[in-house]
Design a protein around this ligand. Structure first.
Ligand code: GTP
Length: 573
């Protein structure tokens, strides 16, 4: 697999790994962020909603307590038949009515079970006594239950069938100086208006509800879930907060949070929160206990609505785009800085390996690969130069060897191979030039063995060298003199005719005889010559010349004998 493919594969694998890792990290992180944010928001929201409820009820509760503490009312409650006290009490009650937000009040006396009420329309002016509370009537059970429990203060969401109103009732027990319960006073707030103010807040994704100490739903946007008159219902029949959750775990969680807050004894500001599922959607439930009224406030935050995960998608898109751009840039840089230079370097190496030093253009980035390419170029130049130099020397040496292979080492004349080639060339030339003639002289030193024997081998060599010089001097510059071997010499004469052949052969013989006398060692040579004929080959030519020489030796030596193709003497010496 090529490096390019590997790098591309690696980049793609890295991108996939990075994307998957980022996606997982994003999910974890976004969930974490949303949870943290949600918890903080839930706590703030719970406190805010609690504060709104308490703010709205505080004044009414305070007034109800004042009313319960009113000595006028307490005195009357202990002597309800006393008309004077009743008159004062009614006046007192009416004064409170104008102060209550709902402009309504109720007063219920324990012993007489008489129930007094007047509303904002002053509908029951001078007729505040409405009815007698009956312990056997379920709708009156709240009164007897509260007295039995002895709870000084209680909030109660209850429809009053007698009066035809459903209200959030603020019930406060009236006690005499001996702390005996003598009655109950309070006011009611219109439930619908109250729900609209406190619970039906127009904030998408936020649900607020209030439950009593036992978890029974008291204020909730869906009236069907409200546990009306929950005080008189036995446990198990109450419409409690766990009804809102489908998942048993969630039910336990929420009830557990209520219990936890109860155990803390109503620490102010304490908030518990946990994730729950409502209508198939994940919510964060925040719970706070409101010790002032003995209720819990529960806020459900629909996190997907409040902070949809899609909000973070642009972040993911930015990340993935940057990742993609980074990888593309990485790939481009790798390609231009590593791959392309490597590919050009590899093709250059291939060329050099194939014997060519003409390098293609090499990419040389400013890095190790660039320096490597530079070194390779320099190395190739040096190698090319050395190779050229070596080739030149080899050629020179080969020429020299070729020359030496054709030269006789002793005399410096052509040797037998050189003569063969010269003869061959002459035959070819003669053929090309319409058989223009050429000749061949073959000469042999007479009695050379005796010279060697008498004067020694070195002296024999000297004579061979001298004969070579005289021979050279006796021929034309373009003739080819050579030593055939031993004391035999051959001259190829070109071009040449009969006369020339005879003249040169005779001149050679005379020169050697004459000049050798001057050296103190006279030598003579026998010369055989042959005028070459059209169509003669090397063997024929040499044989003819040799035979002529042989005949000279037969005839007594130191002579010249030239023959033609028929074997006839041309110019007998
Ligand atoms: N000094 C010397 N002697 C050589 C060399 N090559 C051959 N010889 C001798 O040359 C002699 C040649 O003798 P031949 O040509 O057979 O006979 P010759 O004595 O010349 O007598 P003819 O040719 O019949 O006149 C031999 O004794 C060889 O040993 C050489 O390179 N140097």
């Amino acid at each position: 697999m090529s490096l390019k493919t590997r790098l591309l594969g690696l980049a793609a694998a890295l991108m996939i790994i990075a994307s998957v890792a980022s996606w997982l990290a994003y999910r974890e992180l976004s969930e974490d962020i949303i949870e943290r944010w949600g918890q903080q928001v839930a706590e703030i929201q719970v406190r805010y909603d609690s504060a709104r409820l308490l703010q709205s009820l505080e004044r009414e509760i305070g007034l109800a307590r004042q009313m319960a503490d009113s000595s006028t009312l307490v005195n009357w409650a202990t002597s309800p038949e006393d008309k004077a006290l009743q008159r004062d009490a009614i006046r007192e009650m009416e004064s409170f009515r104008s102060n209550f937000r709902d402009n309504s009040y109720f007063v219920a006396l324990r012993d007489s079970r008489r129930y007094y009420y007047n509303n904002a329309d002053n509908e029951f002016a001078d007729d505040q006594f409405r009815y007698i509370l009956d312990p056997d009537k379920p709708e009156d059970a709240w009164f007897f239950q509260l007295i039995e429990e002895g709870r000084n203060f209680h909030l109660n969401v209850n429809p009053d069938t007698e009066l035809g109103v459903t209200k959030l009732w603020i019930d406060v027990l009236m006690r005499d100086e001996e702390d005996r319960i003598v009655g109950m006073v309070g006011t009611g707030l219109d439930l619908d208006a109250f729900l609209q103010d406190i619970v039906d807040i127009d904030q998408e994704g936020i649900t607020t509800l209030f439950v009593d100490y036992n978890g029974a739903i008291q204020l909730y946007r869906d009236r069907n879930y409200i546990d009306f008159a929950s005080i008189i219902k036995p446990e198990g029949q109450k419409s409690t907060v766990d009804l809102l959750f489908d998942n048993p775990e969630d039910k336990q969680k929420v009830l557990g949070m209520l219990q936890l807050l109860k155990n803390r004894g109503g620490t102010t500001g304490a908030v518990e929160s946990s994730f729950v599922t409502v209508d198939g959607r994940k919510h964060l439930a925040g719970v706070a206990f409101l010790p002032a009224i003995g209720w819990f406030e529960i806020t459900l935050l629909d996190l997907e609505t409040l902070l949809p995960r899609s909000y973070l998608w642009p972040l993911v898109a930015v990340f993935l785009t940057s990742l993609l751009i980074t990888l593309i840039l990485f790939h481009l840089i790798i390609r231009s800085r590593i791959l392309k230079p490597l590919v050009s370097l590899e093709s250059a190496v291939e060329k050099v390996r194939g014997g060519s030093f003409a390098l293609p253009h090499l990419e040389k980035p400013d890095n190790e690969i660039g320096r490597l390419a530079s070194h390779f170029e320099t190395m190739t130049d040096t190698l090319a130069h050395s190779t050229r130099e070596l080739e030149r020397k080899v050629a020179q040496r080969t020429d020299e060897l070729n020359r030496l292979a054709r030269i006789d080492a002793l005399t410096g004349l052509k040797n037998r191979r050189g003569l063969d080639e010269a003869l061959d060339e002459e035959i070819q030339r003669a053929k090309r030039q319409n058989n223009t003639g050429f000749g061949l002289i073959w000469l042999d030193i007479d009695h050379f063995k005796a010279i060697n024997d008498e004067l020694g081998h070195q002296a024999g060599d000297d004579i061979l060298c001298r004969v070579a010089l005289w021979l050279k001097a006796g021929v034309r510059p373009y003739d080819h003199p050579g030593r055939w071997g031993g004391d035999e010499f051959v001259v190829v004469l070109s071009p040449c005719d009969e006369d020339t052949l005879c003249q040169i052969a005779a001149r050679i013989r005379e020169t050697i005889e004459r000049d050798s006398i001057r050296t103190g060692t006279p030598v003579t040579v026998s010369v055989g010559g042959y005028l070459c004929q059209p169509g003669d080959d090397v063997d024929t030519i040499l044989r003819q010349a040799d035979q002529a020489l042989y005949r000279v030796k037969q005839q007594g030596r130191n002579k010249v004998l030239i023959t033609d193709g028929s074997g006839q003497e041309i110019n007998p010496a």
